[in-house]
Design a protein around this ligand. Structure first.
Ligand SMILES: [Zn+2]
Length: 528
């Protein structure tokens, strides 16, 4: 086009278009300012690790309001007890971007309100006491640091969905960091999380850690990293762990993560499961005996299987989490009790323990349950719901005899349901099919948890019949009819009473002449 002199009409149109262009640009800049996400970064330092204190700086920019309410979670998923992490927070203060103090108000035990200036960067700083060595608690000394994110990182009230980054200024003498958080390329010790649920799902271990040679299952890498691993046969240990992972994966058939890390945090008890990692108390002791190795593989199988059962195959109430209060559900017996059931089966199917050792595992659950008078007072659903007040292993003190542990009764109900489904379908379906159905239907397709009724429906869909009789063992304190169910797999149970101690001892055995179906059920139950 050649330039020619514009007439008035053309000139006006040009100006008009230009004005619209300016106006539109201004509008879109405003829109960007309004929709830009706040930028949140945590910087964690430990200038004096022996003091057991972490120093935390929370840098926030692009916050579009004049106040901000920040909260410390009251609990961490996987450990169903109120931890009141805010109690360990000290020296809380806030500064604007010219380092001037800004007002902070303590709204309640775990909420701080900070008065800020809209869109002006600010910083919150505090110290966290970390002197208790426990898998659900922060710990720091001169040899290592263990971070439970729920106890270290504040979240912005009602903004759990914001992305956040973490920078660790660790003790210079330490060589390694283990965490499930995504690393920032080219920046050692910096990590990101797309939201606070992922941040809270990724504990961090720092120190002079040892990493064992990793293994792959279905092409996906599995690592074991820990602090002071101790003295044991590392090759045998990782061979066993690989078999455990393979046997667990065989139950569901799908691996939903890109990498998985077992993180050994040092001496203690217990482990906590996460989406792509687990933190386990581990000091390598006892692994030179077959018994010790078997117990450890049971423990690791349990924590590992949780990445399916509770992290993905989950009760409706366990996600999205409310970190500010108890998240009560009737279904912890599924999440925990059936994880014990699968822990037993996985180590057997992995070829690590004998058939007799598998029976011994079930006998220990049955003995613990049958010798607890609480079995006549509390159902499995009640034990699940009331764990927040009863404690992880049931009531203690004077009321100890009025509660049960879903860790004991859960695997027994798992056995009843599994054998009932196998019997009803002539061994064509099993509890494995129930777990697969829950995984594909609720986790993958509907992306939510299942309700109490939906869990029973899934079991009945696999069985093809009503299981209301079997679910009485879940909802009531009805006594188990062991031999009916064990007989489906050609097994039986004997009871002996120790009159001196007043305790019953149960033992599981094979019956002498099983029929074809009984043999088939036993065979596929043991081997998959
Ligand atoms: Zn568990």
């Amino acid at each position: 086009m050649k330039y020619t002199q514009l007439n008035n009409w053309q000139r006006n149109l040009f100006t008009y278009q230009f004005l619209i262009f300016l106006l539109f640009s201004a509008m879109s800049n405003t829109a960007i300012a309004q929709t830009a996400k706040p930028v949140l970064q945590y910087v964690v330092s430990m200038p004096n690790p022996a003091s057991h204190y972490y120093h935390v700086e929370f840098n926030c920019s692009r916050w579009g309001q004049n106040t901000i309410n920040v909260k410390m979670p009251k609990w961490m998923p996987g450990y169903y007890q109120i931890m009141n992490y805010a109690k360990s927070v000290e020296n809380f203060s806030a500064q604007d971007n010219s380092k001037k103090s800004i007002p902070v108000k303590n709204l309640n035990e775990n909420t701080w309100q900070v008065t800020v200036t809209k869109n002006r960067p600010f910083n919150i700083s505090y110290d966290v006491k970390a002197d208790r060595q426990f898998v659900a608690n922060n710990y720091l000394d001169s040899s290592r640091g263990y971070i439970v994110p729920n106890g270290l990182f504040l979240y912005i009230d009602e903004h759990l969905n914001l992305p956040v980054s973490v920078k660790l200024i660790a003790n210079k003498k330490w060589s390694k960091v283990a965490t499930g958080l995504a690393p920032v390329a080219g920046k050692p010790n910096e990590f990101t999380a797309p939201d606070f649920d992922i941040l809270y799902d990724c504990p961090i271990l720092m120190g002079n850690l040892e990493e064992l040679p990793s293994f792959k299952v279905k092409g996906i890498e599995h690592r074991f990293i820990g602090y002071k691993l101790g003295d044991f046969d590392r090759t045998q240990f990782m061979d066993n762990l690989k078999k455990v992972v393979e046997a667990a994966v065989a139950v569901i058939g799908d691996i939903p993560y890109r990498q998985y890390t077992f993180i050994g945090i040092g001496p203690g008890q217990g482990g906590i499961e996460h989406l792509n990692n687990t933190t386990v108390s581990f000091d390598g002791k006892g692994l030179h005996t077959a018994d010790g190795m078997n117990r450890m593989m049971n423990f690791l199988a349990h924590e590992y299987f949780h990445h399916y059962n509770v992290k993905r195959i989950r009760p409706f109430e366990l996600g999205p989490f409310d970190y500010d209060k108890e998240n009560k559900t009737n279904l912890l017996w599924v999440s925990e009790g059936l994880s014990v059931y699968y822990e037993y089966l996985i180590v057997k199917r992995a070829g690590i323990i004998s058939e007799q050792a598998l029976f011994t595992n079930f006998e220990s659950s049955i003995n613990a349950f049958e010798n607890n008078p609480g079995r006549l007072f509390q159902s499995l659903t009640q034990a699940s719901y009331e764990t927040w007040s009863d404690g992880p292993f049931g009531k203690q003190g004077g009321d100890a005899k009025k509660s049960i542990s879903y860790y004991d009764k859960g695997p027994v109900v798992g056995l009843v349901l599994d054998f009932a489904i196998r019997q009803a379908t002539q061994n064509k379906k099993s509890l494995d099919d129930v777990m697969q159905l829950l995984y594909w239907q609720y986790y993958k397709k509907l992306q939510r948890g299942f309700t109490d009724a939906e869990f029973q429906q899934a079991c009945e869909m696999a069985a093809g019949i009503s299981l209301s009789k079997e679910f009485e063992y879940v909802f009531t304190t009805k006594e188990f009819d062991y031999n009916t169910y064990l007989a489906y797999a050609g097994l039986k149970i004997d009871v002996q009473t120790d009159t001196e101690k007043g305790k019953k001892g149960f033992s599981i055995k094979r019956i002498e002449q099983p029929d074809e179906l009984q043999s088939a059920i036993l065979h596929s139950w043991l081997l998959r």
